[in-house]
Design a protein around this ligand. Structure first.
Ligand code: HCA
Ligand code: CU
Length: 430
């Protein structure tokens, strides 16, 4: 696996014998007592952040279906839209709490006593409380100052705890908030006994290094768990979540396919791809990876989108190998060009054999799959025919299969003897 136990590097003097047979990889991460990459928890927010996605409309039945699927997959928490949002949201919250899922059920509410009162009556296990702390949001959204925010936060936290429920306190737009304000607020809520504090990159502005710095600083200030929430406006949502865990965060918010406000947040599947490479044992023992495709399909259909072609794990070409050089190595040993094993996700790889980049090893495999027999020289000649057509126009699998079959037929009819003897001196590589 990448960054863990990669192959031994050749010795600098070129003489491997002078080195021990197994060497540690210099790129291996150093042991880090802060890092939680091998013991994180997921707060799955498809039914809260995901409902803020432009296309999302979840009726009660689909919410229940999604919640059950996420629960079976193994997420630790399921976060639901605030019961203060609408009457149906409140009723759905009550309904999902009654399902008796293994995952804890949270609802996400403003830092406001009336919202909290409504939420604690729904049967949830905990409340995720949020308020904007950046000057942008303080001036242009709720208009409250830090003194008011701290006072209200402490009241709401006290109230939720008095009901015996979990409580998390988070600042919206954490990365554009004043650091001293943020740390004093978090220190106060930590002392008040909050279960988690949350960092939210509401506008997706943070870079992995900024995330690492902020989470690491916060880790030194509070003793409670640290939840993190990353929007994907600049494409950093997975990397930011990973860096947050490295810096000592304990929980990551996700949504299926990353759906959420604007272009969304850290996607569940993409985060799994990242984490299974880093911490295979933890991830494989905890999460049912073979369900990722079915969960993504369920949500994609519910919100009427297609899974992006380049989605980690489930994008249509995530396990497709095309160039001859890649195909040859993959056919010998899939680890050559795959860091993820499609079988871990109940998927299969596909070796492309219908393009101008195709090499004869891929064609040879296809010949075998079609139940035909050819010598290597014959396969090379057949490959040259596929490449010649692919130089003229894009070709489909059926085109390549037809060329293979008719070439094979002509061999059987003896028409190709001379050609075959001449071998494939054409431009056939790999
Ligand atoms: C939003 C709120 C939020 C909250 C995140 C959190 C954000 O703007 O809709 O509770 O940690 O991105 O700030 O989703
Ligand atoms: Cu958000």
């Amino acid at each position: 696996m990448c960054g863990t136990d990669g192959p031994a590097l050749p010795a600098a003097n070129g003489g491997a014998a002078s080195r021990p047979a197994t060497r540690s990889n210099p790129y291996q991460p150093v042991g880090d007592y802060l890092s939680n990459v091998g013991r994180f928890q997921i707060i799955e927010s498809t039914l809260r952040e995901g409902e803020q996605f432009a296309n999302a409309y979840f009726d009660t039945a689909i919410k229940i279906k999604i919640a059950k699927a996420l629960d079976e997959f193994g997420v630790d928490y399921i976060e639901l839209t605030s019961p203060a949002a609408s009457e149906q949201s409140r009723l759905d919250c009550i309904e999902i709490c009654k399902l008796g899922l293994k995952a804890k059920i949270l609802t996400h509410v403003r830092c406001d006593m009336r919202d909290a009162q409504l939420a604690v009556e729904t049967g949830v296990d905990g409340l995720d409380i949020v308020i904007g702390t950046s000057s942008f949001l303080r001036e242009h959204s709720h208009g409250k100052d830090m003194v008011y925010i701290t006072k209200t936060a402490l009241e709401v936290i006290e109230f939720v705890k008095s009901k015996g429920l979990e409580v998390r306190f988070s600042s919206e737009d954490s990365f554009r908030s004043d650091l001293v304000d943020l740390l004093s607020l978090y220190s106060a809520v930590d002392k008040a006994g909050v279960n988690r504090v949350g960092i939210a990159d509401t506008v997706g502005c943070a870079s992995p290094r900024q995330v690492y710095d902020l989470v690491r600083t916060l880790r030194g200030v509070v003793s409670c768990a640290i939840e993190t929430h990353f929007h994907n406006d600049t494409g950093c949502a997975i990397a930011n979540a990973f860096c947050a865990l490295e810096a000592g965060a304990t929980h990551v918010d996700t949504s299926v396919l990353g759906i959420g406000e604007r272009n969304g947040i850290t996607p569940l599947g993409g985060l799994m791809a990242r984490m299974v490479v880093t911490s295979p044992e933890y991830v494989e023992s905890k999460y049912k990876l073979s369900m990722i495709k079915e969960i993504e399909d369920l949500v994609a259909e519910a919100v009427q989108v297609n899974t992006p072609f380049n989605n980690p794990i489930t994008g249509f070409c995530a396990f497709t190998h095309k160039a001859g050089i890649h195909a040859k190595a993959i056919l010998n040993n899939p680890s050559t060009y795959e860091i993820l094993n499609p079988e871990d996700f109940g998927l299969t790889r596909y070796v492309h054999f219908a393009s101008r980049l195709t090499g004869w090893n891929a064609v040879k495999t296809r010949v075998g799959q079609l139940g035909l027999t050819m010598t290597d020289d014959q396969v090379k000649e057949c490959t040259a025919k596929i490449k010649a057509l692919a130089d003229v126009r894009p070709i489909a699998i059926d085109d390549a299969d037809s060329i293979i079959r008719s070439f094979h037929l002509s061999l059987q009819n003896g028409q190709n003897e001379t050609n075959a003897q001449n071998g494939a001196e054409n431009a056939v590589t790999a």
